[in-house]
Ligand binder design. Sequence first.
Ligand SMILES: [Zn+2]
Length: 432
Amino acid sequence: MKNYYRIGITNEGKLLQENHDTYYGVVIQGNFAALYKDWLAAYLRQLNKPFFIDPRTEVFGLDLNNIKKENDFRVSFQRLIDHFDRSSNSKYFSAKLRQGKLSPTDFILSKKPKKWNIKLINVLINGTLSLQNNILNLDTSSNKRSIKKYLKILQELENEDKEMSGVEHIVAPYFYFPNTFSPWFEINVKLLNTMANKAKDSDVYCLLCFDNEVLGNNEEIQKIIKNYKQAKGFLLWINNFYEIKMDINNLKNYKNFIKELKKAGKPIINLYGGFYTLLLSKYLKIDGYCRGIGIGEGRDVENPATGGGTPNRYYLQLVHNFMVEEVAVKVLGRNPELRCKCNICSPLFTEIIKKIKPPNDQSLALEFINRLAPQKFKAHFMHSHNSEIKKVSEDEYDPKIELNKEIQSTSTKQLRELDVRMTHLDRWVKSL
Ligand SMILES: [Zn+2]
């Protein structure tokens, strides 16, 4: 099971480097790739992990205010728009967006006979393709001062003989479709096929970004398989699908969807998955899943992009979920056996016990959470989650037995009284 982290803010770059052995690869947002082009070229070579790019073209077919701050596009999305203009040698894309978001009639000029807007399709195809193909290349014609610095890093790396072949697979531009009857579905298929024909030497994956009503409908699943013949693999973004919040029925539909889609015999990677997807992989062959570091287990397509940070949340392996600091102090204070033994937490516990000698478990827990730096909350999650992945991959690991043990344990420890969220465990075990 390949676990990828979504890289969306630069200060996570260091985290991914320092905890290099806790994950398989990274996924880069298209707008981020456009904004930090030079930095990424050097960084990805240094990181030396498999990666691919999520083009993030869906934002242009949704409420544009999602990617605006007051009246202007957020800088990363502006750079993505500039990239589309530059790669098509025209201002066509930015001019189009000045009239508002893209709609199906921008793509399908007439229904009978069918007439596609080839120009718009080509702008999207060429733009997303060059973004992905050139991600490791520096634009040396640019006279930005930073280029020199990155060029030096790249030369040093080349001396170390680090070969990198580029993106793991190419992802076709995509738009959100509520269901397969929406005109957006047909547009997505057209974009995938055009991309697959253009990039014949690459593995072109489609990104299916849809509502969870599709999950329970076999007719729709068959339509996806039939129409996406040219896709070499499937990336999933089920709108607003949070494994932790979903009811049993939704989870069962998700399971069935994967089971049916798997019949196409192609790799499947869930772009917004978590521990439940990991458990499902014990029964169905799911190839990978992606998530943010400590956040982003799900996503609403209409969620406005923000540049803000996230509050500190401490991951508790027992419930496969996060706790706010206050709850974490209570839980760890009452249950010293739950103290994490990972490379991040264990040395800190030892240090506090030696130097401060807290009078009781509660003070120790408080000191621990207070001293844990924001980046360490995330690093702990990476280590803790990595050990979960290893545990689940063992042959003798039985998801239902383990979940039932955990449910039992949370009740013995009376964690519910401490406001620990755990009802998902019960839904998970019933839906597997
Ligand atoms: Zn830890």
